[in-house]
Design a protein around this ligand. Structure first.
Ligand code: 13P
Ligand code: SF4
Length: 363
């Protein structure tokens, strides 16, 4: 249990939910080929486009690319779905990603392979408690990470993703605003350090990134001094401090092509290796350690909720129209204001899908 300003996050409950997430059904051989063919037909028949996150199964990423959809980070997923003409957006990812698509496209149908695909950050931040917390700090601008429910987004002034969080907070800090940040304590701490902003941090966490271990990473770096270290900012600060590059998933993929290293130690979900290998075919990638003293390895560098997305589930939702994402229209309209504020800001800054990474020196 973590407490901040009387706010508690029930880590035991969240870890139990993560352990109970049911992985997607496995399918292989000719049956898999048949399923892929059927999904391609269904996407056309239903005027649907597939938008997948980098952490989803490689088969889904390949399908999204082959069918004119997109594989990307949360910011680009939101932008792509918003600008694409298809009447149905199928979001392979976790629920907040489906909800964001629905918030931005209330007139479109948004489907997901599983509606039970949670996110521990979203689970860390219950809307009613969050709203009361905001009420208690009326002098602060409320900035929330995209990994939150539609209700939490509706209560915020700004929504940000990891690829744009630093830039938005720096902009607000320069205007003299004080920030109330939720829900990721590590990303919030990182942004605070980089920008120097006055930030009140909600104590949420990601089960995947929280598990990366600083001491074991140091030992691995000693064994591979030639390796570049890439870290997603949802990781603990002692892990972030060892990074050559800290950035969103897209920024980390970009780094493997820009840095001269042939070997990388990667502190994020290993689903990202598919695109890293595609971007830099000759290079090698190893997972940052989640083991060591005190390790529980609940997720082992793979999000248990992202793992609920599979070919069988995707075909099912397209075939039946089940697993449609619904957002209360009034909540959606309110949430759209803070999400659009981020997209407009990104547009102004002309940040493309391959936005700049925040490159810092190893500690
Ligand atoms: P990105 O926006 O960097 O893809 O991060 C989303 C996420 O859930 C990381 O755990
Ligand atoms: Fe949420 Fe972590 Fe999974 Fe990303 S990896 S969706 S932050 S639980």
């Amino acid at each position: 249990m973590k407490t901040i300003d009387n706010i508690t996050v029930d880590e035991t409950r969240i870890n139990e939910l993560a352990a109970r997430a049911t992985p997607a059904l496995a399918v292989a051989g000719p049956e898999k080929e048949k399923l892929i063919k059927r999904i391609k037909e269904l996407l056309k028949e239903k005027n649907a486009v597939l938008v997948a996150h980098y952490y989803t199964d490689e088969d889904l990423q390949i399908l999204a690319d082959e069918t004119g959809g997109c594989v990307s980070d949360s910011l680009e997923m939101a932008r792509f779905g918003h600008s694409h003409p298809a009447g149905t957006i199928v979001v392979a990812g976790v629920r907040f990603m489906g909800e964001t698509a629905k918030i931005l496209n209330p007139e479109k149908r948004v489907l997901m392979p599983s509606l039970a695909a949670e996110c521990s950050l979203d689970l860390s931040c219950e809307a009613a408690v969050f709203s009361a917390f905001c009420d208690a700090h009326p002098d602060r601008t409320v900035v929330v990470y995209a990994n939150t429910s539609a209700e939490v987004k509706a209560r915020a002034d700004w929504v940000v993703t990891s690829s744009i969080g630093v830039k938005v907070v720096r902009h607000l800090h320069e205007k003299g605003e004080k920030i109330l940040w939720a829900p990721d304590r590590y990303l919030g701490g990182y942004i605070q350090k980089v920008t120097g902003a006055d930030m009140l941090l909600w104590p949420g966490y990601c089960v995947v990134h929280d598990a990366f271990k600083a001491e074991e990473l140091e030992a691995l770096r000693r064994r591979h001094p030639e390796a570049g270290v890439l870290v997603h900012p949802e990781s603990p600060m002692e892990v972030i401090q060892q990074a050559d590059v800290v950035g969103s998933t897209t920024q980390l993929i970009k780094a493997v092509t820009e840095l001269p290293n042939d070997l990388f130690i990667v502190a994020t979900d290993h689903g990202i290796f598919h695109k890293m290998k595609e971007a830099a075919p000759g290079k090698k990638f190893i997972e940052a350690p989640v083991g060591g003293i005190g390790a529980s390895c609940l997720s082992c560098a793979h999000c248990p909720w992202m793992a609920m997305n599979g070919l069988v589930e995707l075909a099912y939702t397209l075939e039946t129209g089940e697993n449609e994402v619904h957002v209360d229209p009034a909540v959606g309209r309110q949430a759209m204001v803070s999400v659009k504020r981020m997209l407009d800001f990104a547009e102004q800054l002309k940040i493309k899908a391959t936005g700049e990474a925040n490159i810092i020196s190893p500690a």
